[in-house]
Design a protein around this ligand. Structure first.
Ligand code: HEC
Ligand code: HEC
Length: 458
């Protein structure tokens, strides 16, 4: 009898130890987890201090329709400050549409858009950090020392020298796309050059337009040592200025999680801390097996069975599929692999995935937990984009084709993860803790007026 009592007490003591361990579990776990280093200035181009005059010039160009063939769309239309550097749509409405964000329409008459842009417009946060050496959902723009220009890109050897970084390389391309910014052949000479594959012709014509706007010329002369007169301005100067703007204005590394990593332990609330553990622990969701490092990406590619909606990239069934990384590497093993995106500010940047298939963060994360189930029960009704019957019909060609869906499922590399509802909520709380409060209101990034006199409405 006596002995049993002691045993019971012993058990009690033991469970007390367990309870104490559980209570301090998050703190302990935080030490055991492989957490990333916090970002600092040295992680960014120009040590985090791009020339403000160059960035200001880039900001005006970013918001100016002067870069588009038909003078009707700017970079900002799809990456607006009012929609957290995206457009709030599953798939963008390119040149020919009217308005901004969720209210943008598909345009009217001969100007109306011909097709949707086939991929979701990604946010532009922290891309001035040097570790982002691969851009686009399929990584088709990449730092590559073996290339004459130092970069791998769709322009191949036509990519001019003098580009500051991969962000500048990226800025060379939207203006050469008929659907995004150039327009259709016959509508304007820039569109004609774009349709003919004459990229240098596109860049030269846009530079010429800017050479004729004195308010721009003055700034290019002030910012660039190699620009003394209007004729010295090239599109490379444009791209470098835009890159400086993006890098300076859209750095976002002061989230509660950053503060936590810098030692301010109270910055992360209880739920977010538990969510951090679920995110990083190899025994839990292990999200960090792909979303690793300071910006929650290993910059790699993975196939996670994201539903394919929209007009597609010309691949697979009726050309409506998007083979992702395979398009760049020509390796069948890369089919349906897409770039692992950064998760900074992810709570602000819906819709999600390369095709914008998921409208809420919760649905995107639930998809990760059971990719195949989610793919098979996917309802394209959640996609956010203006309806037009001919475009809507193309949106669902792949998801209505059993063979295509089975192929997407077969390529999946993400094993199912079991989480309780509470663990799921904690994980979402952690993703919210990746939001930099200074990114919530970006109205200050919109230039007051443009030297071209163009309006800022679109
Ligand atoms: C019509 C909408 C549209 C316009 C206009 C547009 N973009 Fe984009 N942007 C996109 C889409 C869609 C992607 C992704 C394309 C892909 O991955 O194939 C993208 C990708 C990017 C990326 C790469 C992001 C990443 O994480 O890989 C950057 C940076 C960017 N755009 C900047 C710009 C700049 C600068 C301009 C103007 C010169 C511009 N965009 C104009 C839709 C647009
Ligand atoms: C096997 C690698 C891998 C793992 C593990 C992984 N992801 Fe992802 N994640 C991806 C890829 C790839 C995408 C982009 C898919 C696409 O574009 O279609 C993505 C996209 C996302 C997005 C959407 C971001 C955006 O901007 O569109 C979120 C949110 C996300 N992941 C969260 C998580 C969470 C939370 C976990 C852990 C439960 C996790 N991921 C585990 C590879 C992974």
């Amino acid at each position: 009898m006596k002995q049993r009592k002691t045993e019971a007490r012993g058990r009690k003591r033991l469970s007390l130890v367990v309870i104490t361990l559980l209570a301090s579990g998050t703190a302990l776990a935080a030490q055991w987890l492989d957490l990333p280093e916090p970002a600092d200035d040295s992680d960014y181009y120009d040590n985090g201090n791009p020339d403000p005059a160059k960035a200001a010039l880039g900001g005006q160009l970013f918001f100016d329709k002067i870069l588009s063939g038909n003078l009707n769309i700017s970079c900002a239309t799809c990456h607006h400050a009012l929609t957290d550097t995206g457009d709030g749509l599953s798939l963008p409405v390119g040149e020919g549409g009217r308005g901004l964000g969720a209210t943008r329409d598909t345009g009217v008459g001969a100007d109306a858009i011909h097709e949707r842009v086939p991929r979701n417009a990604p946010p532009i946060f922290n891309l001035g950090a040097r570790e982002f050496t691969t851009l686009f959902h399929d990584g088709r723009a990449q730092v590559d020392a073996t290339q004459p220009s130092g970069f791998l890109s769709p322009a191949g050897d036509a990519l001019p020298p003098g580009l500051d970084n991969i962000l500048a390389v990226q800025a060379m391309f939207p203006v050469t796309s008929g659907t995004e910014m150039a327009g259709q052949p016959g509508e304007n000479p820039i569109a004609d050059a774009a349709a003919a594959g004459d990229l240098p012709g596109v860049w030269a014509q846009i530079a010429e337009r800017l050479q004729n706007v004195s308010g721009y010329v003055e700034q290019f002369v002030a910012v660039y040592d190699d620009v003394n007169v209007a004729e010295d301005i090239t599109y490379v100067h444009v791209a470098n200025a835009i890159a400086a703007f993006e890098a300076l204005n859209w750095r976002a590394d002061n989230s509660p999680f950053d503060r936590f990593l810098r030692g301010e332990k109270a910055a992360l609330g209880f739920e977010a801390r538990r969510g951090m553990w679920i995110f990083y622990s190899p025994r839990k969701a292990n999200c960090a097996s792909c979303h690793s490092g300071t910006f929650q990406t290993n910059h790699g590619f993975a196939a996670i069975a994201t539903p394919q909606i929209g007009p597609g990239k010309g691949d697979g069934f009726q050309g409506r599929d998007d083979f992702g990384r395979e398009r760049v590497t020509s390796s069948v093993g890369d089919r349906y692999r897409f770039r692992v995106p950064t998760l900074r500010n992810v709570a602000l940047t819906a819709p999600y995935g390369h095709s914008g298939a998921f409208n809420t963060l919760e649905d995107m994360v639930r998809h990760h937990l059971d990719t195949i189930g989610s793919l098979e029960s996917y309802d394209a009704g959640q996609a956010v984009m203006p309806s037009r019957s001919d475009l809507d019909a193309l949106d669902v060609v792949i998801m209505n084709d059993e063979v295509s869906v089975a192929n997407i499922a077969a390529a999946n590399e993400l094993a199912p993860v079991q989480l309780t509802e509470r663990e799921f909520r904690n994980l979402i709380a952690f993703l919210h803790a990746l939001t930099d409060p200074s990114s919530i209101d970006l109205r200050d990034d919109i230039p007051g007026e443009l030297p071209s006199g163009n309006t800022l409405a679109e």
